[in-house]
Write a protein that binds this ligand. Sequence first.
Ligand SMILES: Nc1ncnc2c1ncn2[C@@H]1O[C@H](COP(=O)(O)OP(=O)(O)OP(=O)(O)O)[C@@H](O)[C@H]1O
Ligand SMILES: [Mg+2]
Length: 313
Amino acid sequence: MGAIATAAPPIEARGLVKRYGELTAVDHVDLTVEAGTVYGYLGPNGAGKTTSLRMLLGLIRPDEGAARLFGRDPLLEGAAALDGVAGFVEAPRFYPYLSGRRNLELMAALDGGDAAERIDAALETVGLAHRDSDKVKGYSHGMKQRLGIGAALLRDPRLLLLDEPTTGLDPAGMRDMRELVRRLAADGITVLLSSHLMGEVEELCDRVAIVRSGRVIYEGELDALLHRASGQAQGWRLRTTDDQAAWDVCSYRPGLTSLASGRDGLTFAADEREVAQLSLALARRDIAIVALVPAAASLEQLFFELTEGEEAA
Ligand SMILES: Nc1ncnc2c1ncn2[C@@H]1O[C@H](COP(=O)(O)OP(=O)(O)OP(=O)(O)O)[C@@H](O)[C@H]1O
Ligand SMILES: [Mg+2]
């Protein structure tokens, strides 16, 4: 059994379902995360990311299906199944009136083993060594998030589950958090990270599951997704000296799709050849281009199309 457990992937979930009344928050999710990967669980608000992570961590019971971490089911085996696993959903919780270090000491006492010996290193890794004696209530949001990861590191994890660790952070905080995740991954920790930002997943992850309304609508290598996105028509924003007339020109061009008009001019999707032809067509009508800029990275565009399109039958 021991040999089987070590060979088993860090995460293997089959047919996970969670319902809240009429709503199916997680709808038959299959997920396999192999050792050594940084896996992105990507979806918009309400897609079921937190609910999925809660089931993986054994915090809530799935209505159907099962999850195994390193071959063990947290619902059947309890705490033993979480050996080598750490993480938090939504936001880590601390005693606000105690210092960061004191919080970690209390957690280490609960975890037992040699967790207490890892406190210094954990504080160092997450960049809080110099603020360790400050009360947590005085920590910024980013510092609390980092302390959450510090707490996870006390368990010396081989698998880390992080629920939107950069949400609510400023750009510098996001950069630091991503850098931290990369460093942990380089140390050999397998990471499952939920996010609603395609750019973040693109930057950090090897593999991705895109979820929408509780269902996984894409699963695969990020490279494969990038390849698919490169075949996508790019989105553009266009401002001209006469947007009304430009609209007429655009609406007659078959190579141009998703045409819409907003406060900031027109938006549409087209490949570069079509955009070049359009600029000539506008010039022929004496319509001058004021701005013609790519609206979103094509990968991000693909994400929007996958997650916002018509509800799949
Ligand atoms: N305890 C609960 N009771 C009732 N409905 C719930 C509960 N937890 C989650 N839901 C619903 O399940 C759906 C998925 O929620 P979940 O929190 O998993 O989404 P999420 O992908 O984490 O979203 P976000 O990006 O906003 O964090 C939502 O519609 C939510 O309202
Ligand atoms: Mg969530």
